[in-house]
Ligand binder design. Structure first.
Ligand code: 13P
Ligand code: SF4
Length: 300
């Protein structure tokens, strides 16, 4: 009953405030399936944020995603319902670190994962997400790039290209916990299981997996290939959300929870719409440069 109350209130508030809710694939099923207007991976959320007809955008995801939505919608109110929904990757690097990397490697372009603050994006040449990282790196047509801040994403891209990649030491606290031994054990205990891994996983995990791709690419894989048994080496809500559409597929665990994504709840989304909080703001000088890096990515 508590869920039903919040869902009904949120649906009414969306009409009242001309608001849309963008939800990442890691949001819990009651958010993902019952109140979200647009769902997807980081790239889809950014792309779809560009064409929104609304006064208010509520980003059900983590802070860097809300900042990206604000960069692309400077005149709209963008809300995030818990300001402490952060990301270990975004926390692993500052704008000053990027400037130091540029000094150390003069003339080498900086490709920055969207899982970063607007201030870090503002110091970058171009952004990327897990679904377009290889295409972004190769689009630059240079022999060497700096790729920040996810060491594992950088190494997973490096395995697929001749471009030399200079990495940083940031990690996703959710994906770094998977290892290749987990996969070998799963294959023994669950014969025939198809293993999908997010590219934020360590390279040894990606090498042992049957497929690696962004959150939406994993979801599309299940829809297209319809495996009998599958394990998603990623955040737990992914399997919950994808399973709804595929009752015949067995979703094997383990998975890991992202504590930041889980800070977003129906109750605080409702409060965000009722009380207009927390409004996402970005320093205009930072925003101009950060927007350029995001738009350059979206033009690819
Ligand atoms: P995707 O872009 O694949 O949705 O990944 C975002 C993320 O935070 C994964 O941990
Ligand atoms: Fe950041 Fe990892 Fe959580 Fe994604 S899953 S938001 S990369 S901490």
């Amino acid at each position: 009953p508590a869920f039903t109350d919040d869902i009904e209130a949120i649906l009414a508030l969306k009409c009242e405030r001309k608001a849309v809710i963008l939800a990442h694939n890691y949001q819990t099923p009651e958010i993902f399936h019952c109140v979200a207007d647009i769902v997807g991976d980081s790239l889809a959320l950014a792309r779809k944020a560009m064409a929104i007809d609304a006064d208010v955008i509520v980003l059900a995801g983590v802070h860097f995603m809300a900042e990206t939505a604000k960069l692309l919608n400077p005149d709209k109110t963008v809300l995030i319902s818990d300001l402490s929904a952060g990301c270990s990757l975004a926390d692993s690097i500052t704008a000053a670190d990027v400037r130091l990397m540029r000094q150390r490697y003069p003339g080498v372009p900086v490709v920055t994962y969207v899982n970063t603050s607007a201030a870090v994006k503002a110091e970058s040449d171009i952004c990327c997400t897990s679904s377009n990282a290889l295409a972004v790196v190769e689009s630059l047509d240079v022999p060497r790039v700096i790729m920040l801040p996810d060491e594992y994403l950088a190494k997973n891209v490096a395995a697929k290209t001749d471009v030399e990649i200079i990495a940083w030491k940031g990690h996703c606290e959710v994906h770094e916990r998977f290892n290749a031994e987990d996969i070998r054990e799963l294959r023994e205990t669950h014969p025939g299981v198809v293993v999908l891994a997010h590219p934020e996983c360590p390279p040894e995990v990606v090498a042992e997996a049957d497929f690696s791709g962004s959150t939406s690419a994993m979801s599309d894989y299940v829809g297209r290939e319809k495996p009998k048994r599958v394990v998603l080496m990623t955040e737990c809500s992914m399997s919950d959300n994808v399973a709804v559409a595929h009752p015949d597929v067995e979703f094997v665990r383990p998975c890991n929870l992202c504590p930041h994504m889980k800070r977003i709840t129906l109750a605080n989304i409702r409060a965000a719409l009722e009380e207009n909080r927390h409004v996402v703001t970005i320093d205009p000088r930072v925003a101009t440069h950060a927007r350029r890096a995001v738009e350059r990515m979206l033009s690819i």
